[in-house]
Write a protein that binds this ligand. Sequence first.
Ligand code: PLP
Length: 427
Amino acid sequence: MTKSEQLFMRAERVIPGGVNSPVRAFGSVGLTPRMIASADGTHLTDEDGREYLDFVGSWGPMILGHNYPAVREAVIRACEKGLSYGAATKREVEMAELICGSVPNLDMVRMVNSGTEAVMSALRAARGYTGRDKIVKFMGCYHGHSDALLVQAGSGVMTAGIPDSAGVPEGCTKDTLSAVYNDAASVQKLFEEFPEEIAAVIVEPVGANMGVVPPEKGFLGRLRSLCTKYKAVLIFDEVITGFRLAFGGAQEYFGVNADLVTFGKIIGAGMPVGAYGGKREIMMCVAPVGPVYQAGTLSGNPVAMAAGLAQLTILKEHPQIYRDLNRAGAWFFGEIRKLADQSGIPVTVNACGSLGCVFFTDADVVNYETAKTSDTARYAEYFRYMLAHGIYLAPAQFEAMFLSAMHSGEELHMTLERMKEYFQLYR
Ligand SMILES: *Cc1c(COP(=O)(O)O)cnc(C)c1O
């Protein structure tokens, strides 16, 4: 038995499923998790000393690769000055100024501790601002694990409020309406039905939690006009896309303005950080200036801010990182598509910037329904083949592959070789 297996057996006895977040379990690929001991650059090393080329990047934060020296140094220096004060600090001001100065349409920002918290708080602000209760989300979009958002609505566009998780009372989700991704008409119908009741439409500007599903041309713009017309708040959940597609996130990349934006992942450089921000008049509803209560003992934690600020500063000062990363993504995912086309396996490759996903289906994947046509057993087999050859992909079909600025051409070529072998072997 490997050390990872031994540790996992111990873990299962004391942690539900042996993991602290379900996506880390290897259940859907029929394995047990590799216990990671360290990470550097594009590589992970497990407790057995096996190395992997990593395409998960801690689910997005590690856009500069793992253990980036300037980020690590900033954290060490911050630690020397104490881990938490529960009081205002200069670094929080610098962080907020950097974000407000660079993200389009964002006047004020509040730091929190996770993406879940960011989304939950943004929705509360939107509801407080509009005085309305209903929200619209899209099937297949993930916005963290807060009660109101654990809804995909099993059947049909207009189905409202069936919780997806045990432990979520229907009362918590009765104001959550579900729409179809890439189908603005499904949102329009909801607005026509509830013209003065919808507080907010929340969307992942690139769907990245049902595999990767880019927005079709015009989709985000239609959401913008509908929200303007019906005086609802448009929330871009940029927990994945923020500081990844471009420094200004999806608003900059697609040229569509949101009213509120949520961040996580990259903003903390691997530390537990989230944030939400947007228009001044909405953010001024938040306590202590406004009536919408939202708080956090460790929010804006000095060590976490040091990490985030260091990573964001590097990204801001080197805009070519985005050009290179997006170009690498276009090339790499394009090559996978070519390999897939040459193989007999039905594969659809979706990509946007440095995010991509290999779906084992011949359907165009444009929303949750079509994503679900993917053959997850095939994905599991592909995952196992890649892992056995030292390539660490997301251990589930409906997740993104994340490129970092550190992935070299050589590493990407090597990865393509392994994919080619898989496609040929398993034809
Ligand atoms: C990861 C994610 C979240 C939740 O963030 P956590 O930090 O895991 O709470 C919310 N929205 C999107 C789009 C995400 O990808």
